[in-house]
Design a protein around this ligand. Structure first.
Ligand SMILES: NC(=O)c1ccc[n+]([C@@H]2O[C@H](COP(=O)([O-])OP(=O)(O)OC[C@H]3O[C@@H](n4cnc5c(N)ncnc54)[C@H](O)[C@@H]3O)[C@@H](O)[C@H]2O)c1
Length: 269
């Protein structure tokens, strides 16, 4: 059991699949896992040219990052994602289900299209990609780590994000359901619930086509949110990367079915 701290967090020889890793939180996670030695496959919807900056940033630091463009909303693409990762890098040890969309929408404006798009990416793709990956991990008998990115909204709705909150509540429960069934194969499944993190996605939400009143309401909600936070600031993607590194490493071996809250104190506001 006795080992150095360096060894405890060492991911050399491991392969990590990170969804939505071209930017934002996924990028912060991919960088951190690569720094610990894991080979990385980033799967994201953006064209390869847009993801190149992230891939180069990781590889310039001595990492091994690769890219596959895929729309994860469509579960027909998921077995291709798995096959491509295994053919390129070998067996998968770590899956980070991070890709997600969040669209500001009062419940009175909710559409079936927004509901389906959100649930299909944020929840359905997590269930079916996890299914494929754990089946492979069980077959290969090497165990593994599944890390789902839920949200603080799975514990406390921030408002005007009902479809998103429902999807993330689902991710939290999916984490527990998978953890219960696959623990006996040496696979741990946990989720990270980030609070407000500075990412392109959060900036984009501000640029959505909204009425002036909605825009104003949303900005007021955001300002109030930051000023009330105990830590008085938004988090950074690398701070979620640090939490993911813990969950991907041997340091978290006796932890499964848990939610790790990284929220600047939002829950105690
Ligand atoms: N930023 C926050 O404050 C915050 C808080 C809590 C939870 N989260 C969660 O963290 C995750 C990442 O959020 P972020 O803020 O980094 O968002 P982001 O929009 O900055 O990045 C999301 C990434 O997912 C990719 N993506 C979007 N649709 C996709 C699809 N159909 N197929 C494949 N990839 C797709 C995007 O191209 C992008 O690279 C999401 O699941 C989000 O719900 C974010």
């Amino acid at each position: 059991m006795h080992q150095t701290i360096e060894k405890l967090f060492d991911l050399k020889g491991k392969v990590a699949l990170v969804t939505g890793g071209a930017m934002g939180i996924g990028k912060g996670i991919a960088i951190k896992l690569a720094q610990a030695g894991a080979a990385i496959m980033i799967v994201d919807i953006v064209p390869t040219a847009e993801a190149e900056y992230t891939i180069k940033e990781i590889n310039d630091q001595g990492g091994n990052a690769n890219y596959l463009q895929a729309d994860l909303k469509d579960i027909k693409h998921l077995s291709l994602v798995l096959d491509h990762t295994i053919n390129t890098l070998g067996d998968i040890h770590i899956l980070v289900n991070n890709a997600g969309i969040f669209t500001y929408c009062p419940v009175t404006e909710l559409t079936e299209e927004l509901w389906d798009n959100t649930i299909n990416l944020n929840l359905k793709s997590v269930a079916f990609l996890s299914k494929l990956v754990v089946k492979k991990m069980i077959e290969k008998k090497h165990g593994g780590k599944i890390i789902n990115i839920s949200s603080i909204d799975s514990l406390k709705p921030s408002g005007n994000l009902a479809q998103y909150d429902a999807s993330k509540g689902g991710v939290r429960m999916l984490t527990r359901a998978f953890a219960k069934e696959v623990g006996k194969y040496g696979i741990t499944v946990n989720d990270i619930a980030p609070g407000g993190i500075n990412t392109p996605g959060v900036k984009k939400i501000s640029g959505q086509t909204l009425s002036q009143a909605q825009q104003q309401a949303m900005q007021t909600q955001m300002q109030q949110f930051i000023s009330m936070l105990p830590l008085q600031r938004m988090g950074e993607p690398e701070e979620i990367g640090n939490a993911a590194l813990f969950l991907a490493s041997e340091a978290s071996n006796y932890m499964t079915g848990s939610t790790m809250v990284v929220d600047g104190g939002l829950l105690i506001m």
